[in-house]
Every structure is written in structure tokens, then in C-alpha cells.
Design a protein around this ligand. Sequence first.
Ligand SMILES: NC(=O)c1ccc[n+]([C@@H]2O[C@H](COP(=O)([O-])OP(=O)(O)OC[C@H]3O[C@@H](n4cnc5c(N)ncnc54)[C@H](O)[C@@H]3O)[C@@H](O)[C@H]2O)c1
Length: 716
Amino acid sequence: MLYSGPAFSVAALGDGIVELKFDLAGESVNKLNQTALKDLDSATQAIAKDASVKGVILTSGKTVFIVGADVTEFGAMFAAGEESVAKGVLEVNRMLCRFEDLPVPTVVAINGVCLGGGLELALACDYRVMSPTASVGFPEVKLGIFPGFGGSVRLPRVIGIDNAVEWICSGADKKADAALKDGAVDAVVAPEHLRDAAIAMVKQCIAGKLDWKGRRAEKLAPLKLNAIEQAMAFTSSMAVVGAQAGPNYPAPMLALKNMQQAASLGRDAAIEVEAKYFAKAAVTPQAKALIGVFLADQVVKKAAGAWEKKSTKQISQAAVLGAGIMGGGIAYQSAVKGTPIVMKDIREEALALGMGEASKLLSKQVERGRISPEKMGETLGRIRPTLNYGDFGGVDIIIEAVVENPKVKKAVFAEVEGVVREDTIIASNTSTISITSLAEGLKRPQNFVGMHFFNPVHMMPLVEVIRGKQSSDAALAATVKLATKMGKTPVVVNDCPGFFVNRVLFPYFAGFHMLLRDGADFLAVDKAMEKFGWPMGPAYLMDVVGMDTAVHAAGVMAAGFPDRMKPDWKTTTQVMVENQRFGQKNGKGYYVYAPDKKGKPKKTVDPTVNGLIAPVVAPRKEFAPEEIVARCMVPMVNEVARCLEEKIVATPYEADMALIFGIGFPPFRGGACRYVDQSGVGNFVALCEKYASLGKPYEAPKLLRDMAAAGKKFFG
Ligand SMILES: NC(=O)c1ccc[n+]([C@@H]2O[C@H](COP(=O)([O-])OP(=O)(O)OC[C@H]3O[C@@H](n4cnc5c(N)ncnc54)[C@H](O)[C@@H]3O)[C@@H](O)[C@H]2O)c1
């Protein structure tokens, strides 16, 4: 053994070839943390010192190649400021350049996931071979940064500027065929032959059959583009990337400007430019929030994993009651992810509609070449529509998605408890009604939980799993397991009306209604909230949810929390319902809708709406966008804090992820808790005081006041 360290080892393979193997001690995956980077440099120096070495293959001792840099190290590193970040990445770059500059050829065997820093190290090699099961890519923009270990310098020089811009600015993973097509790798080889292929390639380099020196020289030189080509490439990219990323996500544009400035420079000078722009991106609040989201996601997945471990129950057969919007979506999602499901309704036409929706979604995937027609048939075959309880004896879990009416739901539970096994779990997809109250009258309340999906089911990642007073751990654990199997992110929450997500969404709607009551223009409110980062403003969201549904749910929430969710005035949404304006579902609400070319509802402004709501609103008044944002966000955030106080949701990590995954809270703001942290807890409490006259929803809860007094934050 030529070298052995905590991450890398170097072993002679004969004929002057050595294997530099990355196998990070004590970890299940390889990541380029500080230990690994320092060790790589020591291994490089050991190779450089040994005159007998003629060629190097770089391999991984894990099933992944390298998952990337260690994101947990970013927080402290980036908090040290722009200058320190630039200095830090330049140090790492010097190590990677020392590796790239070894006087012998290097070939990397990419056996599995190779992302971010992993791909940057692979690009520092002369040749790359890849397994068809591996994937490569630069996901950094999803964290608000871009490749900073020389990736934005080497990739354009290897695959051309247009491809590099697409790879870096989209953050997409690339499968082996795409990587080969773009020239990021030189060969795709079956996993069992991968290492041998790398050895064969390095031998060809040593024998002079492959021009590794010429290859390397290209990576050290400026980009091969004349001034006109450069101008064309970057001008068109700027427009596309700028439009795709939008103003709230600065990293892709910073990456692009950096590549433009570095295009006419050699490697070392280009790396200096990269470090400068990387540091700019790293210290943005967006990077901080997005890195927080990444880490919070891991906390949430870990919590779900711990629940799953508690379950020994196999869920081989599911059932859904109700084939409506939600029931149909749940059946589709269960079938797609491999769990057969019986879909029961009381109306034949509802079943036909549910099956029709599932088949429409699958047909789209066939059209896009994502699945074969056979696979579509197989998936549809996993949904069995029925009007009776015939084979409910074989069902492991039932998800109830009938109308939002406690009487109907309770009648259905009584019926269903009589036909299922003693161990069958019954989960309700109710959006607001307390699980504990729905369990009243059940024979086996321990088997009863909430399983709250979001609309549209196939797109929204969150499932709230709700623990009623009598729900057993076993039932919760099995439900969490099914949610994960269905491809969703489950968050276990305690019971109350609205659970976590809807409990905090309705105060936000209350803020919206109060603004309108006080004379705000709903178009201005939507504009301000969309600029804040929400995928749609509250009026538009109301239309999508459905006015009748929203008013009904608001009633449940008002009964549950009369001190702050029961308006003593008539809301504009109530007026909408009275006027049969139910939103998108009947083509008119705050906006009017007509199908576009693709058949999707396109919204336009209806000039009659202001007249309709006039009797319940004050004369028109201008509100500054900051005031609109504050008046909508404060009630939501305060309710999040109350949910944390009452342990409805266990941690700020879960709270933030639930809001991002359930209702599209702007990810670049990191969630409600991170939003408070970034505003400053004290500033946020002061904002609450400013609007205190608007009532209880604006009153900062004790948790926030205490945090402000103690100078504490939710995160680090
Ligand atoms: N639509 C949403 O955005 C949304 C989101 C989350 C949760 N939810 C909840 O999901 C549940 C269903 O909502 P939806 O929007 O799908 O409603 P929906 O009106 O589209 O569908 C309800 C279906 O239940 C059927 N049904 C009624 N009684 C039944 C019975 N006894 N047995 C079997 N089927 C019966 C109806 O025929 C209908 O097809 C509600 O509790 C709702 O609050 C809805």
C-alpha cells in the first residue's frame, strides 16, 4: 500500500498503475468533507513522490461514487463571510489542481451517484468511465450556490459552454446515456467491467494510444470560443436562465456571469473568478435558506425512518373510500408505487371519473415516453373500482376520502369497521376535522389515524399523519410506512382542528380577508404575495381550493379556535359562495377561468367582482406591498409558533418542511420558522405589535416573545 488515510488509499496494481480508492471511514457514503479533502491531498502527494507510478485510476469503495461536498459543513463556512468563503474554496481548488496536475494520466471509474464536488473531482481526471446505473450532475443551484471546486471552469471546457450552462444552471442529474452524449464521460461500461475498463484506458494512455496530455491541455486553456461566439452563447443563456430562475433565485445567474468572465482565461485565473462569484452566492440569504431546507428535509426523513422501523405490519392491500378528487388521486398514487388498492364509492359515475383521471395521468406519461403502454395497463390493474365491501376482509389499510362531513364520515366508519379484520387500519383524509372527535364511536379507535394528503395528490409531496388521542404507535408507524412507499414525505403531527398545515393556512386567509375588508384590492394582494414567493396569491389560491370548500373548512376552524379564527364580519369569500362563484371548479371566483389551448384553466380578471364584494369592504385603499405581506404572513407565522408551543408539530424543521411540501411556502425563504429567523425574531415580534390592533391573530405567542427576549433563534 502506497498510502492509507481516513478516506483515501493508494494501492499498486502492477505495470506502474495505482488505484486511488475513496472509502470514507465510518460513513455509509463518500462525501468530500474537510477530512476527505485533506486526505485526498496527502494521497496525491504520495503518488507525486513515487517515480514508479505511471498512471492512476480513481475508484470508490462504496456503492455510491461521491454524493458531493458535506452540506453540514456549509453553515459555519459560509457564515464566516464572503472573503473567507473565497479563500476556503481556493484552498480546496489548489488541492484539486495538484491532483489534476499529477505527471501521469488519471482515469476515474464512476460506479454510482456522482454529484457536486464528486463530479468536480471526476472532471479533474483526464478520462471518465461510468456505469449505466450511475448518475452525475451539479445540483448546487438547488442549494443557492453553484459548483465552486473548479466545476464551473472544467465542465464548459469538457462539454462546451451551452451544455455546461444547462447542466450547472438547471441542477439536473444526468443519467449515463445523457452524460455520454454530452461528452462528460468517455465510455459507459457495465458495473462488473467498470474497474477493468478504467485500467484498460489508463494503459492506453501510458502506451501513448490516448492523448491524455492534449486532453489535459484543453482543460487548462481558455474556452475555445471567439468573441462573437462568446457573446452569442452568453446573451441567449442570460435571457433563458434569468427567466427560468426568477429574481428570488440568484445562483444560476451568478454561475453564468462567472462562466462568462472566466471564459477567456486559463484554468488558474478562471478558478479565481469562480471563487469570487461562488462566495457571492454562498453568503446570500437564499443559499442559507435553501441549505437549511436540505438539512431540514434530512431531519424529516430521519424522523419518518424511525417511525417506519417501529412497524412490522405489511401493507399488501389498501383501499380508499370515495373516488372523488382526493380518492381518485390516492388510488392512482398507491397503484403507481406498487400497492394494489380497492376504490369504493357509492356512485358508479364517481368510480368512472376516478378511473378516468388515473388513466389520463398515466396516458400523459406514456405520451412522454416515461412508461410503456404495458406498464400503464399493469398500474391501472392495481386499482379495483367497486360499489360494495366485497373483499374488504383482505385489506390492510383503508383511507377514507368521502365528503367533509363528520356525520357521513362516522357512518362510513361504523359500516367499514364491521367488514374489516381486527388489525385493519382506518385512516381519514379529512382536511380539518379532529381525528380524536372522528374516533368517537369507533370499536377500535387505536387503529384509527389521520392521513392527510394534499391536492393534487400526485404532485404534492407532503402527507400529514395525525395522531388522535387513542391512535396507537403501531397504526401510526404503518401509516408512515405506506406514505413513504407511496413516494410521499410523511410528517407525524398531533391532533387539533386543521392539524398543522390547515391550522396555519386559515389565519393566512384571515389576514387576506381582513385586508380586503379594510379596502385592499385583491389583485394588489395577489401581486405582493406572489412577489414574496408564493406560487399563487391568496385570492387565486382560494379559487383553486374552491370557495365552498374554503368557507366550510373555515367554519370548522372557527369552531375550533373561536378566539382568533371566527370573523365577526362577512368575508368576501362568503359573498363569492352566495353568488355561486365557487372558483376554478365552476369557472368563476375572484377571477374567471376559461380553458387554454392545453385545456388548463387560464385566469383573467373579472371587472364585476369589485361590485359584488363592495357591500362588505371599505372604500378602496392603497396598501404598500410590505404591509400586505406583513398582514398575511404574521397570522400564519404566529399560528406556526402556537403549534410548536402545543407540540402539534414536533420541531421547526418539520414545521418548515410541511409548509414547503404541503402548500408551496417559498423554498428560498426556508419555511415559516426560518423566515422569522431571517427577519430577526425581535423584529418579527415588533411587527406583531405594530399590527396588534387587528386582533388576536396578530398577537405574538409566548414562544416568540420569549425567544426575542432571550435573543434566541429557531435554527443555530
Ligand atoms: N379537495 C381537496 O383539496 C382536499 C385536500 C385534502 C383533503 N381533502 C379531504 O378529502 C375528502 C374528500 O374530498 P374530495 O375533494 O375528494 O371530495 P369529492 O366530493 O371530490 O369526493 C367525495 C367522494 O366521496 C363519495 N362518497 C360519498 N359518500 C360515500 C360513501 N359512503 N362511501 C364511499 N364514497 C362516498 C362521493 O360519491 C364522491 O365521489 C374530504 O374529507 C376533504 O376534506 C380534500
